[in-house]
Structure formats: C-alpha cells, structure tokens
Design a binder for this molecule. Structure first.
Ligand code: HEM
Length: 383
C-alpha cells in the first residue's frame, strides 16, 4: 500500500511510539496550563500590528479561538496521532488560507507554543535529565510534524485557489465573448423556426416533432448562455419585496418532474417578504429544485421547508437521491464542477453568487443523509 502523507511526514521527523509515550506522560502536567498558554498565544498575535490583521472580528473571535487552541493542545499531547489527527490538522492550514494568513506568522506562532510547552516540561521533569531530554525531543518532533502538516495543506489549498482564479479569469473573458457571438446566430435560428412553423403543414407529425425538438434545444442553448453571462457579468439588480414562498410554489409547476418524484412544501405560508431581486431569487430556487428532482429521479421525494428566524429566511431543499459525492463536495459551488453527464456545472455556482449578492449564504448540510439537503439563508432586510 502506498505511504500516506502522514506516514511520510512522521518518518521525516522521526516521530515514533517512544515519542508518543513521552507526550502522553507530559499531558497531565501541561493540561492545567492550556488556558494560560492559549492566552499568551493570542496576546502575542494581538500585540503584533501585522498578525493582528488576521483577527478582525473582535474579542468574541479571540475567546472562541482560545478554546479551539486548548483542544488543539489537548490532542497534541494525547493523540492518537493517526489519519483522523492528520485530517483535523490539515483543515487548520486550509482555514488559514481562507483568512489569507501569511505563512511566516505560523512559524512565529508555533515557536510561542514550543517555548511555553518546553518550560512546562522543564518544571515537570526537573531533576530527571533523561526524561526531560526525551520529552523535549518528542515535543520538538510533534511540533515540527504540526508545522509540516499545516504548511503542506496551506500550500495545496493556495495552489488550488490560484488555479481556480486563473481558470475563472480566462473563463470570464471567453464566456463574455462566446456568449455574445452565439446569441446572434441563435436568434436567427429562432426567427427562422418561427417562420417555418407558419409555413409548414401541421398535419405532418414528423416535421412538427423535429421543429419542436429544434425549439427545445434552442431554449436549452439560450439558457446555458444566459447562465454563463449571468455568472461573469454584474447585471444591475432590481430590489423589491419578494414573497419567496409564492415564488417556490409557482416554480413547482415550472420545474419538470417525473411522476414518481413527489414534492412536498412546508413552512412557506406567511414567510416575511425578502427585499431582493425577484429574477435572481427565482433562478436560485429553480436551480436547487431542478437539481433535487434530477438527483431523485426516477423515484423518490423532494421536500422544501421554510422558516424565518433572527432576521433571516431559512429554506431547506432536500432530496432522497444518492447524495453528493464526497470528492466534489468541497468544490460543489464552483463553476464547471459537475457530476451530471449533461450539464456544465453552472447551476450551483449561480445559486451561490446570487445568494451571496443578497448578503445570504448557501451550503450543503454535511450531517444530512442519505440524500442531500441544501440550506439557503437570506436576510429579510436588504444587505
Ligand atoms: C502556528 C500555530 C497555529 C495554530 C496551532 C493554529 C490553530 C488554529 C486552529 C485549531 C483553528 C481552528 C480551525 C478550524 O476551524 O478547524 C485556527 C483558526 C484560525 N486561526 Fe490559527 N493557528 C495558528 C496560527 C495562527 C496565527 C499566527 C493567526 C493569526 C495571526 C491565526 C489566526 C486564525 C484565525 C483568525 C482562525 C479562525 C478563522 C475562522 O474560522 O474564523 N492562527 N487556528
């Protein structure tokens, strides 16, 4: 079996079972200091004018992060240092990319932890030089391992992010150009189709069938172009009070649904209106409903549930389909990411763009299954 990244990194810093035992022995001595060390850690960040910029949402965030760091130290010294350890630690690097934390701050911050934990070990193993030396070595290795994991996942995510930006900027220019260029020929085809329909006899079923087919393919092509242009252009938004409940009820007739896919709606009456762009919101729920129906077909259930709370509308769109492949979950809302055979991956990208333009959010509920549940939150007042 191929060596995992964790195994490779463990081998690189020579972290073994002897080190694990040393860290476990240090744990009871260090645990009473976790709270204090977490304070020192964030105080250092807060007193540095550059590092402080990463912590922008005030005291609440720092207290929350202090608690997270205490849990981090707890696992650092108690293990197990296995794949699940690696997965949780790798996430930290990705969070740091999201907040655009420069990498050099991680090195300095790790040193603060190293110094604090070493002084705890110095006191705990005073007068036992062999134990102290072995504990310091184990600490050094695990903190190197932590840095290696953090920087590895940081780099991977950063590269992925850059590739995404490059793809999006080329994509944007290309789409704007092609979209415009295709609109003209499509509208010529549409006009000619209209003229042909008037001239050809209705009685020929085969001709009618083919004309209908041309018509429906034209609609589909226009739809794709419209979506692409929506994604790369900022259309001026028209804000007005939108009754999202009625909008969804109306859409249930507009989204094609096989007979054995049932659709139930709940909590949509008496929702307060959202101050938003009706066309965009219609598109949001049309895409979510169409996806849910498609995922459920040929048979199953689609449910939409709405409620309002704390100044937000919360809409959940659930389906009893196979659920979202874990491989694509993380990139689900990016353009050009799709699991469908026919589809170019614009639907959910548009959903996210429009919802965010309203100051809201959309996410796939990770705890839901089998099937999939998308949660949309929209502020009732204009964002
Ligand atoms: C190298 C030592 C560091 C460790 C061990 C560490 C640990 C963590 C952990 C455990 C989380 C939570 C991750 C999650 O949600 O799963 C986190 C998030 C965060 N870290 Fe660090 N961190 C380090 C360095 C830094 C530095 C130097 C800064 C700022 C200058 C920083 C700022 C943040 C912020 C702002 C978040 C939270 C983002 C959010 O979800 O709101 N971290 N860190």
């Amino acid at each position: 079996m191929a060596e995992t990244i964790l195994d490779e990194l463990r081998r690189y810093v020579e972290f073994g079972t002897e080190d694990e035992a040393r860290l476990r022995a240090l744990h009871p001595h260090a645990a009473p200091h976790f709270e204090r060390i977490a304070k020192v850690f964030y105080d250092r960040i807060l007193t540095h004018e550059g590092a402080r910029l990463a912590l922008e949402s005030g005291d609440g965030q720092v207290s929350r992060l202090e608690v997270t760091l205490q849990a981090w130290m707890d696992r650092l010294l108690s293990g197990p240092w296995d794949q699940s350890y690696y997965d949780t630690r790798a996430r930290i690097g990705r969070v740091h990319v999201r907040i655009q934390l420069p990498q050099h701050y991680m090195l300095g911050a790790m040193n603060v932890l190293r110094r604090e934990l070493e002084s705890v070990a110095d006191v705990a193993f005073q007068g036992r030089p062999t134990d102290l030396a072995a504990t310091r070595t184990a600490l050094g290795k695990i903190l190197d391992l932590e840095l290696a994991i953090m920087l590895h996942s940081y780099r991977e995510d950063l590269l992925e992010e850059r590739a995404k930006l490059e793809r999006l900027s080329t994509f944007g220019q290309l789409v704007g150009f092609i979209g415009h260029e295709l609109r003209n020929p499509l509208s010529v085809i549409e006009t000619s189709l209209h003229l042909l329909r008037g001239r050809l006899p209705d009685s020929d079923e085969r001709i009618t069938k083919h004309l209908d087919r041309i018509g429906s393919q034209l609609l589909q092509a226009n739809d794709i172009i419209g979506n692409l242009l929506d994604l790369v252009r900022d259309r001026a938004r028209v804000r007005s009070p939108v009754d999202v409940g009625s909008l969804i009820r109306e859409l249930t007739g507009a989204v094609e649904r096989p007979e054995r896919v049932s659709l139930s709606l709940s909590g949509l009456d008496d929702l307060p209106p959202v101050h938003g762009d009706a066309i965009q919101l219609r598109q949001v729920f049309r895409n979510l409903l169409a996806n849910a129906v498609e995922a459920t077909a040929p048979e199953g259930e689609v449910r939409v549930d709405g409620r309002s709370s704390d100044g937000f509308l919360e809409l959940a769109v659930e389906d009893s389909g196979p659920g979202v492949d874990p491989e694509v979950r993380r990139r689900l809302f990016e353009p050009l990411v799709t699991t469908k055979e026919r589809g170019i991956g614009l639907g959910l990208a548009l959903v996210r763009r429009f919802v965010e333009q309203h100051g809201g959010s959309v996410e796939l509920d990770r705890s839901y299954g089998p099937g999939a549940r998308f949660r949309v939150r929209l502020p009732i007042q204009a964002a």
